[in-house]
Design a protein around this ligand. Sequence first.
Ligand code: LLP
Length: 431
Amino acid sequence: MLHTNLGINEKNHLTLAGVDTVSLAETYGTPLMVMDEERIRRNLRLYKDAMRRFFGEGSRPLFASKAFSCKYIYRVVREEGVGIDLVSSGELYTAVEAGFDVKNAFLHGNNKTDDDIRYAIECGVGHFVVDNLTELDRIDEIAAARGLVQPILLRLTPGIDPHTHAAITTGKVDSKFGIAIETGQADAAVAYTLKKRNVRLDGFHCHIGSQIFDVKPFCDAAALMISYIASVKKAFGYEAKILNLGGGPGVRYIESQPELDYAAFIEKIASFIDRETARYNLKKPEILMEPGRSIVADSCLTLYTVGGVKEIPGFKNYVSIDGGMPDNPRYALYQSDYTVCLASRMADKPDFLCTVAGRCCESGDLIQENVPLPRPNRGDILAVLVTGAYNYSMASNYNRIPRPAVIALRNGEAFPVIRRESFADLTRNDL
Ligand code: LLP
């Protein structure tokens, strides 16, 4: 199977963490997202242990909660002693509601409003990741009004192209995020920041993109950022304490993709950091990473019920399910790869090539094309694997379709973590 938490039981049903997914669909209804909590914890520990081991003391992961944000996940992450990356006041509010200590949070965003800045300072957010200098001015003023000094990182664009989907590339100079090193604007920003009295510059951040399988762009970014830290030290006498390398390590969605060994990935990046810090005679900074996808994606699958099968002779076959782009817009947006299977008939021969379509009034509402399945019947349970990252967090109510329920599995027991939306939820804000 694609991941070790997936299996097939004696009824030929798909299992996640040993639990029969078809019986979960019967109990909780579909569409249903099912999360394997042990897998999330395993992934968090893997990063935590490897980063401490290879990057040294103080180095640690921050879960990029944009991948999946709800009270439950902030509780799990807190229990594992891992920090978080936030991108909005809504995520911050959710974390606070979950009892997360936001001293361990880094707040991102390329357009933090004055309200965002005020709210985050009020909540005691540990670090702002500052994207531009107008934002910096406001943080400085608002912190001054409260008699505080706000710790920050500056977000820089190192000019690295990781060759992933264009929509999820972020580290190139031509990006809406961060301040470019190449243009000299980063130097000016550092000089400007160091003069501010109510912000404390703790270091730098970069993020090159997402779903990246090759370690080289990460090594290049790390080497470039270390050489930048050295040049800043020389020019301004300031030595960065923290280097945050962002998120991005790839996840296996389909058999032909590799399963990354994240510890080996980290070890390799560490060897570049060691080499470069030695070359410039720098103290090794605390290294932070912000994995999102690689923490939650493979913990989760989505279950749907098959409605109709439409065969168009000479063209293709469509299998319609009771969800689609409202709960998973990633194929519509990025033509993302997914593995799809018939959870209720895992032993049957997959000799029916089809397109899995959602129920929205839109032709682009597809989950995957060219999928080999046993010819489905109405009522069969269909599973889309590896849906933990950027599915629920990007879900919408398009066509007034309620968002699905999310349940988690722990020690073989299922429990709800996000309630299924009701029709009443859909009209709650309508006046
Ligand atoms: N840090 C920063 C500053 C980011 O912008 C991101 C992702 C991450 C960390 C986490 O990256 P990850 O480890 O999850 O690759 N909606 C798209 C992905 C957008 C990613 C945006 N930033 C998708 O569904 O593929």
